[in-house]
Design a protein around this ligand. Structure first.
Ligand SMILES: C[S@@+](CC[C@H](N)C(=O)[O-])C[C@H]1O[C@@H](n2cnc3c(N)ncnc32)[C@H](O)[C@@H]1O
Length: 299
């Protein structure tokens, strides 16, 4: 199973490290609830529910409503979006590379932006645009219109029918929410729970030492602190928690070491990123993996 969208911060390349940082006895847990409040393209979700059959309940969330509508549509019945995607794909790939494809892309983008949220076709258009736009980014202007330019891939794989049907089956035990990450926590029960939290990246470094209120990606340092406080609450309830982010320093002080300084373990791993909006000349991007249990690596 593969994600049905490319997503900024997607974790396909980090899966091995995530695996290595799971609780040592994770295989032996029974009736596990898996929680992912920043699900994005779902690379970790699909890997986990495919591999660990002891996960009997999964709860996912993201703040992006079109993305979440796509998950819900694929869970409910993907056949109508597959039909539309087939039409879009054959028309697009039948065009010459260059201006004809570009023109088609912008027509699809205009149509997508004019569609109502409830429109059945919107999810199919979203998936098409995701695979044909620049770097698979999702960005909207101030009017809420998708504005990423054409991507110019020679032979983009826009969707794979079998994969979408496999995702449909896999999503049957998954509860899907749309909203702020904090909303998801009210639906947790008493079962053994593992949470994987992958919030938007904090920039590699900031010029100021003070916590900043707002970030270009809409996720501020206050949100990072809010998230940490929720982790503390669920940590005290016995949940096992893993958080990943981009390593980040203010005046050579690690932001995440300063924040997660009460019994969490922080490991650094190297990554190559497909989409790295915060590339810095000074520091090679590194991922931090934070756990509220001893990492099997260091035992
Ligand atoms: C780094 S990405 C997650 C990528 C994901 N792990 C994957 O493999 O594709 C972070 C996600 O958090 C979502 N997000 C941003 N702010 C949020 C918030 N306040 N609550 C919930 N989700 C949020 C974004 O829409 C984005 O999909």
């Amino acid at each position: 199973m593969k994600p049905f969208v490319k997503w900024a911060g997607g974790k396909v390349r980090l899966l091995k490290e995530i695996e290595r940082h799971l609780p040592v006895d994770f295989d032996e847990w029974e009736n596990v609830t898996y929680v992912e409040p920043f699900v994005g393209g779902g690379s970790v979700l699909f890997h986990m529910i495919d591999k660990y059959k002891n996960i009997t309940r999964a709860i996912i969330n993201d703040i992006n409503p079109v993305l979440i509508e796509a998950y819900r549509t694929i869970k409910r019945d993907p056949s109508s979006i597959i039909k539309i995607l087939m039409e879009l794909r054959s028309e697009y790939l039948g065009l010459q590379i260059g201006a004809p494809r570009e023109l088609f892309f912008y027509r699809v983008r205009d149509t997508y932006n004019a569609m109502r949220f409830e429109d059945d076709h919107k999810v199919a258009f979203f998936i098409f645009l995701n695979h044909t736009c620049f770097n698979g980014l999702y960005r909207e202007n101030r009017l809420g219109k998708f504005n990423v330019p054409h991507g110019r891939y020679k032979n983009p794989i826009i969707f794979e029918e079998n994969n979408i049907f496999a995702l449909h089956t896999a999503l049957q035990n998954v509860e899907i929410n749309c909203g702020d990450f904090s909303d998801i926590f009210s639906s947790l029960g008493n079962a053994p729970t593992f949470m994987y939290l992958d919030p938007p990246y904090r920039p590699v470094s900031k010029d100021v030492t003070m916590f900043t209120l707002y970030d270009g990606n809409g996720f501020s340092d206050l949100d990072q602190i809010r998230l940490k406080e929720i982790c503390d609450v669920f940590s005290n309830k016995g949940c096992k928690i893993m958080i990943s982010n981009s390593d980040s320093y203010d005046d050579n002080i690690s932001f995440f070491e300063r924040l997660y300084n009460n019994g969490y373990q922080i490991d650094r791993v190297k990554v190559t990123r497909m989409i790295n909006p915060y590339n810095s000349k000074n520091r090679k991007p590194q991922e931090v993996i934070i756990t509220n249990y001893p990492s099997p690596n260091s035992i």
